[in-house]
Ligand binder design. Structure first.
Ligand code: AMP
Ligand code: MG
Length: 419
C-alpha cells in the first residue's frame, strides 16, 4: 500500500498533456487554453455613452441651463457630429461620443422642450462616458495557458473577434462495470442482485471533466469476458473499471489486465474509502509482437521512462463500493484527465468552513468525510461507510482527515467542493 500523495504524484508524473487543437468558441466551454490568448481590441473600442441621454460640454452646463439639441447619435455608426458650448446631442447607450462632448446627462435628468433641453442636475466632465480601453487594454492577456474556459471567457474571446480558441486535447474514456450481482436499471431485480449505479456515477463524473464517454459495458466476474471487454475498452485514451480490484476470489481485474500485457503501476492506496484503487497502462492494440520494439524501448526513446505513450491506454480500477468509486475518481482520475486536457489547476475547489462536530481519524489511511457545506459550516452527512450512497448523494463537500488527525467542533477546516 502506498500513500495517497505518492499515488497521485506517480499518476501525474506518468500522464502528459495531449496535443492542442483549435475549437470553436461555442464548443470550448470547460476546456482549457493550450496557450496564452491576447486581446486584439481595447474594450471598449471607442469612447461611448453609458446611458440614454444627451452628450454635452460639461463646463457649459449648470443646473437650470438650456441647451439646443443639434442632432441624434444612435448606437451602430458614427454620425460625426460635433457639440459646442450651449449645445447637446441626443445619444443612446453604446453610441460613439460626438466630438467636443465630454459628458452625458441621463435623460431622466433633463426636461425636453421641443428642440431644447433644460438640465436639472450638475454635470461633471467624464460622467456616463465609457472611455476607450478602460476595461481592457489592447494586447492584454485575456486567457492564460491552462486556464478553464468559462461562459464569461467565451464572451470575452468573442468580444475580441475570436471564432476559435486553442485548447488542450480531448480525453475519451471507456467504462466497464464488473460484478455478477449487477443488473441494468430498468430490468427486474432478484434477491442478491443490485442495480449498477457506478456506470452512471462514473459517466457523470467524466462528463463533468469534459471527457467523452465512448463506451459503457457491464461485465461478469469471469476472466475471459473481462479480457474481451478490456480489449474493447483499451481502445479509448482511458479505461475505468469499477469493482473486482479487491482481494477476493472474484476480483479478477488485475489478473485479466496482466493477461492483456498491462503494467500495473499502483495497487492499493492508503485512502478511505478506496483502498483497492488500481492504476496501470497497456498498449491500446494489446500485447505487441516479438519483432516490434517493446513499449519500454519506445518509451525510453520518446517520452522517457515512467511516461505513458500516446499508443497506450491508462487504466484506472476503482473499487465497486459507490463512495469508494466517487472518492478515488475525484482524487486520482480527475487530476489525470485535467492534466491530459492541459489544465494548470488540477485540484478541486477548496473552501474554508467551520466544522460542526468533533472528528478523529484513527485508521491507517487518509479519510475523506462526506458532508454538507452550508453557510460556511461543514457537517458530516449520513453513514461514513463506502457503500452508503444516500449519504453521498446528500453531501456536497469532502473533508480530508489525515492519518491520526483529530479536529474539534468550531475549528476552521478546508473542505473540497465536489458538487
Ligand atoms: P467489489 O469492488 O467488486 O468487491 O464490490 C464492492 C461492493 O460494491 C459490493 O458490495 C458490490 O456489490 C458493490 N458494487 C460493485 N459494482 C457496483 C456497481 N457498478 N454499482 C453499485 N455497486 C457496486
Ligand atoms: Mg465485484
Amino acid at each position: 500500500m502506498i500513500s495517497e500523495e505518492e499515488a497521485r504524484r506517480k499518476i501525474l508524473e506518468m500522464v502528459h498533456p495531449l496535443p492542442a487543437r483549435q475549437l470553436s468558441i461555442s464548443k470550448s466551454l470547460d476546456f482549457f487554453a493550450a496557450e496564452d490568448h491576447f486581446g486584439r481590441l481595447p474594450l471598449p473600442n471607442f469612447d461611448n455613452s453609458a446611458m440614454d441621454g444627451y452628450a454635452v460640454v460639461a463646463n457649459s452646463c449648470k443646473k437650470g441651463q438650456r441647451l439646443r439639441v443639434i442632432g441624434e447619435q444612435p448606437a451602430g455608426f458614427d454620425r460625426k457630429l460635433r457639440v459646442s458650448s450651449g449645445e447637446a446631442v441626443r445619444i443612446f447607450t453604446g453610441a460613439t461620443m460626438p466630438a467636443g462632448a465630454d459628458a452625458v446627462v441621463m435623460q431622466e435628468d433633463v426636461t425636453r422642450d421641443s428642440d431644447e433641453i433644460v438640465i436639472n442636475t450638475d454635470v461633471e466632465a467624464g460622467e456616463f462616458i465609457r472611455q476607450r480601453g478602460c476595461d481592457l487594454a489592447e494586447g492584454q492577456r485575456i486567457l492564460a495557458k491552462g486556464e478553464r474556459i468559462r461562459a464569461a471567457t467565451s464572451a470575452l474571446l468573442a468580444s475580441q473577434g475570436f471564432t476559435e480558441a486553442t485548447v488542450g486535447g480531448e480525453v475519451n474514456a471507456a467504462i466497464i462495470s464488473t460484478g455478477d450481482e449487477l443488473v441494468k436499471p430498468g430490468k427486474k431485480i432478484k434477491v442478491g442482485q443490485i442495480y449498477d449505479s457506478n456506470s452512471p456515477l462514473l459517466g457523470a463524473l467524466l462528463q463533468r471533466c469534459r471527457a467523452i464517454v465512448k463506451s459503457v459495458e457491464h461485465c461478469r466476474d469471469e476472466r475471459e469476458s473481462l479480457i474481451e471487454a478490456m480489449k474493447r475498452g483499451i481502445k479509448s485514451r482511458i479505461l475505468i473499471i469499477s469493482g473486482g480490484v479487491s482481494v477476493g476470489e472474484h476480483d479478477l481485474v488485475k489478473a485479466a489486465l496482466r493477461d492483456l500485457g498491462a503494467q500495473i503501476d499502483i495497487w492499493r492506496v492508503a485512502i478511505k474509502p478506496g483502498k483497492p484503487f488500481l492504476f496501470g497502462h497497456v498498449e491500446k492494440s494489446g500485447p505487441s509482437p516479438q519483432s516490434s520494439p517493446s513499449a519500454r524501448e519506445r518509451r525510453t526513446r520518446s517520452a522517457g521512462e515512467g511516461s505513458v505513450l500516446a499508443s497506450e491506454c491508462l487504466v484506472f480500477g476503482v473499487p465497486g463500493n459507490p463512495v469508494s468509486a466517487f472518492v478515488t475518481f475525484l482524487q486520482f482520475v480527475r487530476p489525470a484527465i485535467l492534466k491530459m486536457m492541459g489544465a494548470t489547476d488540477l485540484d478541486l475547489l477548496q473552501m474554508p468552513a467551520k466544522l460542526t462536530v468533533d472528528l478523529t481519524n484513527d485508521s491507517d489511511r487518509a479519510h475523506y468525510i462526506r458532508g454538507k457545506l452550508e453557510h460556511g459550516r461543514f457537517t458530516p452527512v449520513g453513514r461514513q461507510e463506502s457503500h452508503a450512497l444516500f449519504g453521498l448523494s446528500q453531501s456536497n463537500a469532502l473533508l480530508r482527515l489525515g492519518i491520526g488527525q483529530s479536529l474539534k467542533a468550531d475549528e476552521i477546516v478546508e473542505v473540497q467542493i465536489c458538487d
